[in-house]
Design a protein around this ligand. Structure first.
Ligand code: SF4
Length: 112
């Protein structure tokens, strides 16, 4: 956790997380900013639309190399937040955002 009281997005979900060696990547999902466009579900098996809420939901938040590409595709396809996207793929070792990385420098582009 960060030393002050602000929530560090890279720490999100780490308390119950599988070991980094097994699942080196994770999703941070800004569900409250999902606009239900469904692009993520078209490009990634990890994403589906919840019929009740109309919002996207990931099957898993933690994954390995084999599932990186399609989750990155989902993050890049997401049109929410003026195309910046609300699906964030994070490298758990470095804490950097792999995708969509709108700043181009690995900083986590989560607004909360
Ligand atoms: S592509 Fe983005 S806005 Fe559309 S359903 Fe998926 S997460 Fe939500």
């Amino acid at each position: 956790m960060a030393e002050d009281d602000t929530l560090d997005p890279t720490e999100f979900g780490e308390a119950d997380a599988p070991p980094v060696a097994e699942k080196p990547y994770k999703i941070i999902f800004e569900a409250n900013k999902c606009i239900g466009a469904g692009r993520c579900a078209e490009v990634s098996d990890n994403w589906s639309m919840d019929i009740e809420t109309g919002l996207a939901t990931p099957a898993t938040y933690f994954f390995g190399e084999a599932d990186l590409e399609h989750n990155v595709a989902a993050a890049e396809a997401c049109p929410a937040k003026k195309d910046d996207g609300v699906i964030h793929v994070i490298d758990r070792e470095t804490g950097e955002e792999i995708a969509p990385d709108p700043h181009g420098d690995g900083t986590v582009s989560v607004d909360w």
